[in-house]
Design a binder for this molecule. Sequence first.
Ligand code: SAM
Length: 484
Amino acid sequence: MNLSRRTAPYLNQIISNFLKKHDKFSENPSWEIRESNVGGFGVFTTRDVAIGEVIFIDVPVILGPRCIPNCPILCVSCFRKTDLLKPCISGCGLPVCSNECQNSSFHQQECRLVRQLRHGESKDICNKLFENLTPLKSLFLDQNDKDVVLSLIAHNRDRHGHEVDTLKNGFGFEFSEDDEKFMKFVCCVMDANAFEVSLSGEKGDSSLRGLYPLGSLANHSCTPNLTHVFNEHQEMVAKAAVFIPKNTELVHSYTRIIWDTTTRLYHLHCTKHFICKCLRCQDRTEFGTYMGSVLCKKCRGIVSPVNPYKSYGKWQCQDCKTYILGKDVKTLTTLLGSILRDLDSKGFEFIYNFLKGKLKTVVPDHNQIAIAVKYKLIWLLGHMDGYKYKDLTLELLDIKEELCKDILFVLNKLQCGQCKLRGLLLYELYCCQREKIQRLKSNKQIDLYTNEIQNNLDEILLIMRYDVAAPDEIKKFLDCDLKE
Ligand SMILES: C[S@@+](CC[C@H](N)C(=O)[O-])C[C@H]1O[C@@H](n2cnc3c(N)ncnc32)[C@H](O)[C@@H]1O
């Protein structure tokens, strides 16, 4: 794009017009695009915003499958993941879930283009074509939407845009020079800005990516003040995770919140090509959580990097002041990482004993590996065969409750407010406490619990409001709530 057009007034105008077209623009928005201190542009509040308040609703200008190996397939028309997926009967090789989706104008235009450019038919679903479909979809944008895409920043390193090469070299697609240039630009814009879109009932990683123009102008911080959910129309609902004063930059997290600084910095460098300088990254204690720290072999004190930006440099024990080398810490964390991956095949006893035994001797309680192990146990208790809620003893319910509260405590220390992870953990805690209350005998204990459960439920509803990925029982509460 012509960079001289990339000014704050231009961006405000083009994004506002885009939202107006989709009926998502409020006449008195609580956001504004301005130049940001971290570089480029960012989104700022124009007034105080209360915790949980919706700041904007954004619409995807491009929506398509993530280009990852073995991406679980979805209907290319309605983007639902269902058992009813079948290959399009016209022979384009793309998955659709119903006659309605087969015949939708949305699918028909890409189906025609695929058959025309590819010179051939496919009777089966072609996964590779599905994975590389997103740039192709961008060719159907109208000029206004193309201008929106052109106004966003694009990564310009060589490895971005390989989807287009796969379409050309792997499938024999022939594109005009302009189309090819635009599609490559789209891939670079998607890599810089796209969000993984949550879908109803989807477990694990998302298969869908969306380019949300306003959402994508918000910069990153490891202590985000913005949180977002996706509703059933694949719209992004951006909400305040904490109270946000007027004129504050809105920032969301491009990484997992419970990763340590080394992991977050590495991820941001590789995927978004910048070095985060937020307060959490600069603090070697990570706000007192010591998520990246290990224990000293000599005195069991906490060992942290002297400079969090140089994890390969020196690390020092805060008690006995001994130095150790970053590469030795790396060896330990790599080993723990591989044990962590293996834990998926192990049962509760093994994982719990590992947490309370070996792991406790090498890392502090809130090291990211310890948190990941605790997280596994939370998901195991109450969900896995033999460990459904009804099967759990009071002792196991106590363990689950303690683990949930422990990670919630870490999230509080990290100052992440009403983030999505908090909502999920509160929900696990709520289910656990609800089960526990049925086993309690004393009325006093029951009363105490009932209050806590109700408070947790209120907060879960606030965090999960509009979230298509919310658990079904929460959605039922929310349906009533939204109809009121
Ligand atoms: C999704 S865009 C955010 C909007 C972008 N600032 C703009 O002007 O369009 C992501 C890019 O913004 C920049 N960015 C975001 N957060 C940053 C941060 N905390 N520090 C430095 N650069 C950041 C990086 O260049 C990153 O690749």
